[in-house]
Structure formats: C-alpha cells, structure tokens
Design a binder for this molecule. Structure first.
Ligand SMILES: Nc1nc2c(ncn2[C@@H]2O[C@H](COP(=O)(O)OP(=O)(O)OP(=O)(O)O)[C@@H](O)[C@H]2O)c(=O)[nH]1
Ligand SMILES: [Mg+2]
Length: 399
C-alpha cells in the first residue's frame, strides 16, 4: 500500500490468478474504490481519472513513480503465496460447500496474544507444555474442524504482526470479513502496554464484521489470565475500555491454556453457532426439571465441548472442564477402552453423582445429580428419563 504524496489517499495493487491486476484506493482508512481485472499499463490512467473526479490534479510523473514503487513490491512469489495461496484458496473452499454447516470464525488479536495456542489446545488436544514453543503465524492460517455432527467451525487465524495488520486493513479486508459468523478477538491480559493498541484494532474489527453481517457473534478472550494476580480489578477495567465505543453485544471470557477455561469459552461459541442448540437446550431443560437432577449437559466426545448445557456461571466452568478432560483423556489415553464402546458410566463425588450416557457415536449426555437423588428409586426414575432424552436428542440428528 502506498500513500499518494500530498494527499490523504493510499492505493494498493494486488495480482490475481490470470495475471491481471486489481487496484484499491483508500481515503484515510476507508476503502473507497476497487477495480479488478486490469492491465499494468492502465493503472496510471485509472488513478488519474479517479483523482480528477475528486478535483485533485496529481502530476503524471509523480503517479508513475509511486505506481512503479508499488509494482516493485508486488514480487510474484511473496504476493502470490500470501494473497493467492491463502485467501483465494479459502474462498474457493467456502464457495464449493455452501450447504454444509461450516461456520467461519475470524480469530484476531495483536501478535503473541495466544491465538494459535487457543485452538490448538481445544481442537488438537495439545497440552499446555506442548504449546510453549509456538511460533508467530505467517499471514493467515486456516483450519477446519468438526465438532462431531454439531457444527464445523472454520477458523481463520490471522497472524498479528504489524506487516499483516496492514494487509488486513487494506486489500484483504473484504475476503476476511465477508461470510464471517463469529469474531473472536484475543487480548493478552498481561500485555498492558498494548491494551490501547488492542482496543483500536478490536473496534475496527467489530465495525468491519458488522459491515458484512448484521448479526455476527462477537467474543473477546482476556487470555493468559494465569499471569494476572488481580483479576477482579483487571477484567472489569478491560470490559469497560473495550465496550466504550461499541453498542453491539460482546461476550467476554477470561481464558488460559493452563486450565479448563478455554473449553468453557469454546462450548459457549459452539452453542452460539450450532443450529440445533435451541432444541438441545430445551430438551435438557426438561431433564433438569426431573426430581433429583441438578443439571444436564450434552458433550461432544472428541473435543469434550458442551454443545448444550443447563449450567451457568462458575459451576459450568468446573463441570465442563472436568467432564471434557475426562472424556478427552479416556479417548486419548486408554486406547483399548475407546469411549465409543461405553454405553454408560457413573462418577460419584462427595456431593454429586454424574451419570454419563451414550447418545450418538459422537455425543454423550451428562446428568448431574444432587445428593438427594442417591436413593435407588429416584435414581431409577432419572435413568429412565435420561434414556428417553437420549432418544429425543438422537431423533434431532436423524431429522
Ligand atoms: N502464560 C500463558 N502463556 C500463553 C498462553 N497462551 C499462549 N501463551 C504463550 O503466548 C505465546 C504466543 O502464542 P501464539 O498462540 O503463538 O500467539 P499468536 O497470537 O498466535 O501470535 P501471532 O501468530 O504472532 O499473531 C506463546 O509463547 C505461548 O506459549 C496462556 O494461556 N498463558
Ligand atoms: Mg499465531
């Protein structure tokens, strides 16, 4: 991207597949002109016409100098790998499979915020110590996951180094935000020197996603919360500065790779993007109304995420974390005792009783019972209702 000397305009040139070029012009930070499919020799005329329409006369030799500079930087290898090798390939993928339940999640944040670690922990089952050697993401990485039959998040992991941020604000802006369902903005809670910088980028990202989608889901993770001593003071402070200029709903989560918080946060996101979650929640609610039942969850077995839950607040964090870890561990560690082979198992703690029932090859129903349910009769009734509920949920998937 180059500034046109003596004006507040910038312009950028991008190459596309058939060797033609594209040109974009920004006024301050707003994209106001886009044209694709043009030849190199047409660029100066197009720019000159554009400025004439704005009553600005820019000498032709000055224009040809900046155009030459910009074209020099458009070295075929680097630009084609970054723009073509990532974004156009991803767009092709989305267009190929419009009917599938794929949800695009844009993962943004300043460099070193922890973005890449966040999905590797949850979706690739990496342990905290395996994440400590993470290297900076070059450009955009995209990852497609499946949360069983529930939903297919496609995560666009946008490397946060400054040179890439410039590209996102410029030529890649549209490709990044169009068709995005979720913005997930990561803030390193221990990096107070860059809070202001993060706030500015966050506001820009919210405005961008809103310009392409009327009802996106906007989430912020205050990440690396394990490094913070005074969480009770920091979290309200951060919430306040991030929402000061935004009237749209924002979901906030405090997260760390070292505990269960990421599983809880991602469970919330998966529920928000899963088309069946309203039905799942109402089915679980009927289960909760049963005598002796404290709460109920529907857990996806490979990730351990809760795609339905009647829990709220801090209880949710403990239970989802515990059950997720249990399930993921059983599945990964005890290879001979594959979780798929269980139809039911039970866990008893001093105050609770957990009943885990198989629902589908990828879903498990978890019923949490209070101590009052420990009598045989109540327990039997709950088991019966649990089985019926499992059938209802299975039917939801067969529809
Ligand atoms: N203490 C702590 N460190 C973390 C946590 N999550 C990630 N990190 C560390 O933060 C560093 C950066 O993590 P990345 O996931 O690579 O950061 P990123 O946001 O993807 O960075 P870019 O790709 O450059 O944009 C790594 O050294 C991680 O070990 C966390 O929850 N707590
Ligand atoms: Mg990264």
């Amino acid at each position: 991207m180059k500034k046109i000397p003596g004006t507040l305009y910038h312009f950028g040139i991008a190459s596309s597949k058939n060797n033609s070029l594209g040109i974009n012009i920004w006024y301050r930070s707003e994209l106001i002109f886009e044209r694709t499919g043009i030849l190199q020799e047409e660029i100066i005329n197009i720019l000159q016409k554009f400025f004439e329409s704005k009553n600005l006369t820019i000498p032709r030799n000055r224009l040809s100098w900046v155009v030459k500079e910009e074209l020099n930087e458009l070295s075929p290898t680097s630009d084609i790998t970054f723009i073509e090798g990532t974004v156009s390939e991803i767009l092709g993928e989305i267009q190929k499979k419009p009917s599938e339940n794929v949800k695009k999640i844009v993962l943004m944040g300043l460099s070193n915020a922890g973005k890449t670690c966040i999905y590797e922990r949850v979706f690739e089952g990496k342990k905290p110590w395996e994440l400590m050697q993470s290297t900076a993401t070059k450009g955009i990485d995209y990852k497609k996951y499946e949360v069983g039959s529930v939903t297919k998040p496609m995560i666009w992991d946008l490397g946060g180094q400054q040179q890439y941020l410039d590209e996102y604000h410029g030529p890649l802006r549209k490709s990044i935000f169009q068709k995005a369902s979720v913005l997930l903005y990561i803030i390193d809670a221990s990096d107070s020197d860059r809070f202001e910088n993060a706030r500015v980028e966050f506001e820009w990202s919210v405005n961008q996603i809103l310009s392409f989608n009327q009802s996106p889901i906007v989430n912020v993770f205050f990440h690396k919360i394990d490094l913070i001593h005074d969480k009770d003071a920091l979290i309200p402070y951060l919430k306040n500065i991030l929402s000061q200029n935004i009237s749209y709903k924002i979901n906030f989560y405090a997260t760390s790779v070292f505990d269960e918080s990421l599983f809880t946060a991602w469970s919330g996101i998966i529920r928000d993007i899963s088309p069946k979650s309203i039905f799942i929640n109402s089915i679980l609610k009927t289960l909760k109304d049963q005598e002796g039942v404290k709460d109920a969850l529907l857990i996806e077995k490979t990730t351990g995420l809760a795609c339905g839950s009647t829990l709220d607040g801090s209880d949710e964090e403990i239970v989802i974390g515990m059950v997720s870890l249990l399930i993921v561990t059983c599945d990964k560690v005890t290879k001979n005792m594959k979780l798929q082979n269980f139809s039911e198992f039970r866990l008893k703690t001093s105050s609770n009783y957990l009943l885990l029932t198989d629902v589908t090859p990828d879903l498990m129903l978890v019923i949490i019972l209070g101590s009052s349910a420990f009598t045989d009769n109540i327990l039997k009734d709950i088991e019966e209702v649990g089985k019926e509920i499992a059938i209802q949920i299975r039917d939801l998937w067969n529809d």
